[in-house]
Design a protein around this ligand. Structure first.
Ligand SMILES: [Zn+2]
Ligand SMILES: [Zn+2]
Length: 387
């Protein structure tokens, strides 16, 4: 039942690199046809009295499925997050206060019923109130369900707070298969971003001695390869395809958890995505799905590394161009990545996503400042930009 926990522990116990590898804090990780039944069993076993379910418009029906069965001695209440004028639920001050108001003093556990944003709100609120939370993802849209970081919009700026991971995760395949195609494509896009993040990570290690673990890199690549090999089943929202995608997203999250940092799953493609997101928040524009942005950004970064960066490396007497070229060659062409995104029904270009060319150009010049990390984008900008 807990195949993923075993997968995690076997990698953790076998890795002999010098980095610290954290034990998994989740008690159970379940992806199956009977996710709701398993969740009920877990709640009963834990003896919880009062469960608060956090949801929004899109996931209220799932909350109703969870709460329709009476559990002996366990009471359910819900916290419903309202969308803003653009129709988005943001993980911001307003959403957090909503959850705090809805958490009566006898609540002993929270459940995040939804996608990434609901998880971020629940993760942060439960942490601040000293309560555990359970993850119940309703779409395979992002790899952050089991992370400890909660990105919260404060004063229209996104700040990531280190909080806590869920104590358990229950993913119900019947529910996940009904997720909108664009959310499935977003999850796939978040995974495609690992092609570029893994190379940025290896580059950061060789060029700036950033910490690196070959086992964690292998775990992430294994998850990525499974997604790409099953893109047809994922596109069709076939149960097996969705199981593969959801498993890969959790595995990517687990790889980050084991390493204690986001290096394996987040490189220049995520920095571009964050830059676009912050611009959209400032301009009060309707938000784009995280994974949709990451997938598009991965295609852009792939093109940039195969062309600009490869040229720069040849001219740079300080670089080990053969080694870095070898890394870049592990990334498929931008064209191949865009084909994969189209294959699962996603949007593959900035234009299709509504990212204007001036924003794209600005982000390519500035996004490397988002994190202090030695990516190839930062390398490129350090050589081509004067500031
Ligand atoms: Zn991501
Ligand atoms: Zn290691």
């Amino acid at each position: 039942m807990n195949v993923l926990k075993d997968w995690y522990e076997s990698h953790r116990s076998s890795c002999d690199c010098s980095n610290n590898h954290y034990p998994l804090t989740m008690e159970e990780v379940v992806i199956g046809q009977d996710g709701i039944t398993q969740l009920h069993r877990f709640l009963r076993e834990k003896g919880y009295d009062h469960v608060l379910l956090v949801c929004d418009d899109h996931t209220l029906s799932m909350v109703n499925l969870i709460t329709c069965e009476e559990l002996k001695s366990c009471r359910f209440t819900k916290s419903f997050l309202m969308p803003d004028d653009q129709g988005d639920v943001l993980a911001d001050e307003k959403a957090l206060v909503r959850v705090l108001i809805d958490t009566s003093s006898d609540v002993d556990v929270m459940i995040a019923v939804g996608s990434g944003t609901i998880h971020d709100v629940t993760r942060f609120a439960s942490y601040k109130m000293g309560l555990p939370f359970i993850s119940f993802p309703t779409a395979p849209s992002v790899d952050g369900f089991n992370s400890m970081g909660a990105p919260i919009v404060v004063n229209k700026k996104k700040i990531t707070f280190q909080t806590h991971a869920p104590i358990a995760l229950f993913a119900d395949l019947t529910i996940l298969c009904e997720a909108p195609q664009e959310m499935v494509a977003a999850g796939f896009g978040d995974m495609l971003g690992k092609y570029t993040s893994l190379v940025d990570w290896a580059f950061g290690h060789t060029s700036a001695n950033e910490p690196f673990c070959p086992t964690v890199a292998k775990m992430t690549r294994e998850a990525l390869s499974a997604c790409v090999a099953n893109s047809d089943l994922i596109k069709d929202k076939d149960k097996e395809g969705i199981r593969v995608l959801m498993t890969a997203l959790i595995q990517s999250g687990m790889a980050m958890a084991m390493f204690g940092q986001s290096h394996p799953a987040s490189g220049a493609e995520h920095h571009l995505s964050h830059f676009w997101e912050m611009t959209f928040i400032e301009e009060e524009r309707k938000q784009l799905l995280h994974g949709a942005k990451v997938g598009v950004a991965a295609g852009i970064i792939a093109d940039l590394y195969h062309n600009d960066v490869t040229h720069l490396l040849k001219q740079d007497p300080n670089s080990d161009d053969a080694l870095v070229k070898g890394l870049i060659d592990m990334i498929p062409s931008g064209e191949k990545l865009r084909r994969l995104i189209y294959q699962v029904g996603g949007k593959a270009t900035p234009n299709e996503l509504g990212i204007a060319d001036h924003l794209l150009q600005e982000s390519l010049q500035k996004a490397h400042h988002i994190r202090d990390r030695a990516t190839l984008l930062r390398y490129r900008n350090s050589l081509t930009l004067t500031s």
